[in-house]
Design a protein around this ligand. Structure first.
Ligand code: 5GP
Length: 188
């Protein structure tokens, strides 16, 4: 696997610019602030993909809230969904009686989140909802297994990187959402 020194050179196409991301995150925050006004809210970020979205979303919310994180396995280093889900890092705080908003980077089949939500429901939160930055269109038509309450962008069924999303753990620090050049995958 060969990574170019300048990450931007590995990007074939920018799907969502940094400006568009920031504008949409601000819109989502306005709706969420309205919905959760006066409620005991926990933003639950799913590591590692949701870190950029979580950080920007939290900074757009002027209300008091808690931030916690979970890490679960998803894709590994491949671009195919494995369907295998395992908790690598659990929450630090109990969520019983709290309003939990899961902050996720992207929903493809929804299998990862369905498993997670079943697990979290058993801990008796006051409410449990999902805010995903990206939602893949094709998978939704097929057999999407969960309905996010908040969606940043619907995107085509392509493998994307940037703004928290990785390929082989790289590209998370790109400030936009983009599609890699095929040459990056070659030799894998
Ligand atoms: P699902 O269980 O919904 O099929 O897969 C969700 C997880 O797969 C996401 O949390 C993310 O880690 C990974 N994933 C799905 N699509 C993409 C993609 O286009 N790019 C990257 N980097 N990860 C993806």
């Amino acid at each position: 696997m060969a990574f170019t020194a300048d990450m931007h050179d590995d990007i074939e196409e920018i799907l969502i610019t940094g400006e568009a991301l920031q504008a949409r995150v601000a819109e989502l925050a306005r709706v969420i602030a309205e919905e959760y006004r006066g409620k005991d809210l926990i933003l639950l970020g799913i590591l590692r993909g949701a870190i950029m979205f979580m950080a920007d979303l939290a900074r757009q919310l002027a209300m008091p809230l808690d931030m916690d994180f979970m890490a679960i396995t998803s894709y590994g280093n491949s671009t195919e969904s494995s369907g295998v889900v395992r908790i690598l890092k659990d929450l630090d705080e109990p969520i019983e009686g709290k309003h939990v908003l899961i902050v996720e980077d992207i929903i493809d089949t929804g299998l990862t989140l369905r498993y997670l939500m079943e697990n979290l429901e058993r801990r008796n939160p006051a409410s449990l909802a999902v805010c995903t930055l990206l939602d893949k269109e094709k998978a939704r038509d097929r057999d999407k297994v969960i309905e996010p309450a908040y969606i940043g962008f619907q995107i085509p069924d392509r493998f994307v990187v940037g703004y928290g999303l990785d390929y082989a753990q790289k590209y998370r620090n790109l400030p936009y959402i983009g599609v890699l050049k095929p040459s990056v995958y070659q030799g894998e």
